[in-house]
Design a protein around this ligand. Structure first.
Ligand code: NAD
Ligand code: DAU
Length: 347
């Protein structure tokens, strides 16, 4: 392992992984490859931009020639694929880009890797491939896939294609499936940064349905650390769940954010639910723990971790205010205007 291509390296989790790797492994060359979609942001890479073992290449994982030439020019021996359309609500509005990046794009990365020769190919997948988890079950890596949104179906397509390249062509692959991730540099369409940034401006906060959906919250540093453990120690052909073991109802998470923001509950507006909304995700992550993975943030640290996350967005207003313009505002209207109107509020 010497030249590692991190696709989606300018996004939320990809950039956290790049920042960790560049500093931890000066002997590796880290090449961030990113299309810079609406969610890609070079500012997320500012802390490593001038380091000698870091390079950035703009490109699309669904573009065969861009992938081939990057593999060759940088003598890539390892791929860590974060690149994806990642927002469930956007996938409900417009699924096409999701299928193109999350399924077709993964295939193009694999096909070119097979031709070029690759020591290891790690693909970043999600707990959403297992679908809505009933009762008190915790998904295991061999559980069946039951994706319910265009996003999760497109991620399941990529995840299964990685499996096929291992079984059919013997490629050295690893899949990780992470849970709901939070922390600094998250695009402000996702629950935490969206609600924090809206609440700072005293704007209405659209809670989907009754707010009783359950997510398992994982700090971004721990998600990146879990991917690192799987990359270094995982067994070829295996999948590893990366869980926060920190189940929370949405409404409890929202109340915690309001507490640390010192903002009133009158900002909350209960709006019509997300279509096909999965009620609960929950995974067992003993398999990754057996490789030595340990989290920095546990369930008992969540209050403090949310306080720190709120503090980061308060201290970095210029980062998210730049984003909340142009296309963002068009998306915001499409997603929320009618919902908020139904709840008697104005978008
Ligand atoms: P993000 O939207 O913040 O970042 C995605 C990045 O991928 C962006 O920089 C974007 O420009 C880039 N990208 C998109 N399409 C591309 C393409 N075709 N070619 C090259 N680059 C492209 O997403 P994130 O939250 O950082 O998620 C990263 C990965 O982790 C995704 O694969 C996602 O499915 C997975 N994941 C996310 C979470 C979460 O809670 N955020 C949890 C589990 C798994
Ligand atoms: O579980 C892993 C997944 O977590 C990742 O694969 C996805 O890339 C990531 O976006 C995330 O998906 P979610 O749909 O769970 O995250 P989101 O932040 O969009 O929503 C979290 C919960 O909050 C979900 O139950 C919907 C709810 N929600 C979200 C928004 C944006 C609201 O109630 N109101 C909102 O405005």
């Amino acid at each position: 392992m010497k030249n590692i291509m991190v696709t989606g390296g300018a996004g939320f989790i990809g950039s956290a992984f790049v920042r960790q790797m560049v500093k931890k492994h000066p002997e590796f060359n880290i090449i961030a490859f990113d299309k810079l979609t609406y969610a890609g942001n070079l500012e997320n890479l500012t802390p490593v931009n001038d380091l000698p073992n870091f390079k950035f290449v703009q490109g699309d994982i669904a573009d065969r020639e861009a992938v081939r030439s990057t593999y060759e020019e940088h003598a890539i021996d390892t791929v860590v694929n974060f690149a994806a359309e990642s927002h469930v609500d956007r996938s409900i509005l417009s699924p096409d880009a999701f299928i193109n990046s999350n399924t077709v794009g993964v295939h193009i990365l694999l096909e070119s890797a097979q031709k070029h020769g690759m020591e290891r190919f790690l693909h970043v997948s999600t707990d959403e491939v297992y679908g809505d988890i009933e009762g008190d079950h915790f998904s295991l890596e061999d559980d069946p896939f039951q994706p319910n949104s265009p996003y999760s179906a497109s991620k399941a397509g990529g995840d299964l294609m990685v499996r096929a390249y291992h079984v059919t062509y013997g490629m050295n692959t690893i899949v990780t499936r992470g849970s709901n991730t939070y922390g600094p540099y998250q695009y402000p369409e996702k629950l935490m940064p969206f609600f924090i940034s809206e609440a700072i401006d005293d704007r209405p906060l659209p809670v989907y349905g009754n707010g009783m959906q359950v997510r398992d919250w994982l700090h971004v540093e721990d998600h990146a650390g879990g991917i690192y453990t799987a990359l270094m120690k995982g067994e070829a052909g295996q999948a590893y769940n990366i869980a926060g073991e920190n189940q929370q109802n949405n409404i409890d998470v929202i109340r915690l954010m309001l507490k640390h923001l010192n903002k009133p509950e009158t900002l909350l507006k209960y709006v019509p639910d997300r279509e096909g909304h999965d009620r609960r995700y929950a995974m067992n992550c003993d398999k990754l723990k057996a490789l030595g993975w340990k989290r920095l943030y546990d369930h008992s640290d969540f209050d403090k971790a949310v306080a720190d996350t709120v503090a980061w967005y308060k201290a970095n207003e210029s980062w998210w205010r730049k984003i909340k313009t142009g296309e963002y505002l068009e998306y915001y209207k499409r997603q929320y205007a009618a919902r908020l109107a139904a709840a008697g509020a104005t978008a």
